[in-house]
Design a protein around this ligand. Sequence first.
Ligand SMILES: *Cc1c(COP(=O)(O)O)cnc(C)c1O
Length: 369
Amino acid sequence: MSFGIDDLPVRDELRGKSPYGAPQLDVPVRLNTNENPYPLPEALVERIAERVREAARNLNRYPDRDVVELRTRLAQYLTDTSGHEVGPANVWAANGSNEVIQQLLQTFGGPGRTAIGFEPSYSMHGLIARGTGTGWISGPRNEDFTIDLAAAEQAVAERRPDVVFITTPNNPTGTAVPAETVLALYEAAQRAKPSMVVVDEAYIEFSHGDSLLPLLEGRPNLVVSRTMSKAFGAAGLRLGYLAAHPAVVDAVQLVRLPYHLSAVTQATALAALEHTDTLLKYVEQLKSERDRLVTELLAIGYEVTASDANFVQFGRFEDAHAVWQQILDRGVLVRDNGVPGWLRVTAGTPEENDAFLDAVRDVKKEQRP
Ligand SMILES: *Cc1c(COP(=O)(O)O)cnc(C)c1O
């Protein structure tokens, strides 16, 4: 036996665990990680090159530690798209929203504290909780994957978590959470502790409904987290951000590493924010492809969960993993998130979606006697 992780004096809670990762397989059509299928437009690629060239001239210096220009532009984007006034003091940015979540858990969670999420949901919330020594509580959902408000309120009242995660639209189910549910859970969390409520809006640009940013008004313990990884088609950039009361932004400074966001990242993100109009046009196309996937999957005879994101959860299967393999055998990679009976497909280009639909039509035919 070779020397491995468990032979090292690692923390007890990390023993026997595996790292996060969607299996990436070399197949023609990959619809498994909710990426945007479109490369950045050429004009934006040119602008990034220009901005990065400028930044490169100053790479002997540390970057802007407080990320002021980028936070100002992000605040402008949030204000323009939500109609809710957001200023630079309300915004904080980091390397992907995963790092934003990590900083929030380092600030408001940690040893002796707990966080709750309503599962199935984004598995990284629980994994980052573990990485920061925060206890994880798996909260309930209804059979149809909406949040069971009465049960959720009860869990918050009884367990008194320090951080409450609400993902809307939810991953992997696509389910949007109504504002009233978020408000009720916020109230429950304040009665119980008070605790922080983090609304993860990674997919909000794809939603039929509006951002919950206006709820920030008068609610200092509420945080909305966002990312450029999905709608902006910039997963490789690693840029996530939050909007909250300025006190929350001040609080996360206590745990962020100095100069955590490189000058190259800041320059690239600033370039992307100059092209939001073009980037959001791709979003419109992906939304209609998402809706087409829903319609076609239903027509083929599958069940689908109503989706407000750039992916669709479909089923139901007695053995979801076996069906995942059958689809893969036809050259299309989808995601098995471990939700019993269900698989998840990301909306790709029209051609990729056609390939997926052909594959699942074929699988369905095979199942019939
Ligand atoms: C993809 C995803 C993120 C994005 O993480 P990044 O670190 O910004 O790439 C955050 N939350 C949810 C629910 C996601 O699905």
